[in-house]
Write a protein that binds this ligand. Sequence first.
Ligand code: KG4
Ligand code: ZN
Length: 348
Amino acid sequence: MKFILGIETSCDDTAVSLVSDKGFVLDSRRWTMDKDHIPFGGIIPERASRNHLDLLTPMIDKLLEDHKIETKNDLIGISVTNRPGLLGSLIVGVVTAKTLSIAWNIPFIGVNHLEGHILSPFLTDKKGEEEDILYPQICLIVSGGHTHLLHIKEFGSYKVLGKTKDDAAGEALDKFSNLVGLGFPGGPKVDASAKLGDKKAFDFPRPMLRDNNYDFSFSGLKAAGVRKVESLKKKEAPFFSDGLVNDLCASYLEAAVDVLSLKTKRALNEFKPKCFTVVGGVSANSQLRKRMSEISEETGIKLIIPELKFCTDNAAMIAFAGAHRINLGEKSDLSLAPKARSLAGDFI
Ligand code: KG4
Ligand code: ZN
């Protein structure tokens, strides 16, 4: 079996992976920098790029050594995230991929990080359990930087039905987590706290829920969160009880889940796709996963959701996206540049 080497350094995690072109993940490794950024309550770009520089090459060496990979015989090529992301972080991955491609004399390809997320539901680390990729599909991308609802007719054709007008869903959760004192990284902490709380305890707004389009807005929800926490601090004490934090998280998350799920359901009813997917870091959220599977039952449309380890940033999804493109005859050349944003043609 041949593999593609995936490299992901678009944000703060350094990740490498070996994946077959059918989506079988031989190995996927990630070094997460959360601890390094905790004292700052968020990611420090300069620290992230320095960490990538220290970690990436040793991680690739060890991965290939552990699986006794002979680069010339066992690798189809190298796939690297070159957009969108933090420029200083992307540069490390892109330069490494170019150098290895020359040294090993195999092709490399720069891919869009979001295309990786889009393919992540079809990854498996169980050989023989690779899923067929069904088209057309509706895909909800919910991550720290993006909230996009897509209609995908075939591989590479990403029609944006709607997206957030301001903040991404993940960012709204991360900010709220800091606000109620749970800290960084916010999404998983809000998720755990919400499981213990009452979703009806507080009434948060559901922005753009009734608008007849597929766009989202989370800045209003974020502002309502700030107002609620400030007014509670005046009434209660500066430090909240665990019970109060749990109720706040459950209610806040419910507002976000309501908007995300209702708009997705509307798209399912309009486009009647063969399947729908929910991808990106926030797709790890238990409340959102539960709601989406209820929608799948109601509509009879198959939900394909990534395994938890493939929801947040990883290099397996990047390898898989690159494998698709290399199989279509595409490859990058040395002019490939890292880009902070997606290219105009990536989405239609
Ligand atoms: O896709 P991702 O790893 O990185 C980006 O490309 O942005 O997504 C990170 C986002 C963060 O906002 C994080 O708080 C959120 O995903 N996240 C979660 C959960 N796990 C990660 N949000 C809600 N519940 C979770 N369990
Ligand atoms: Zn991501």
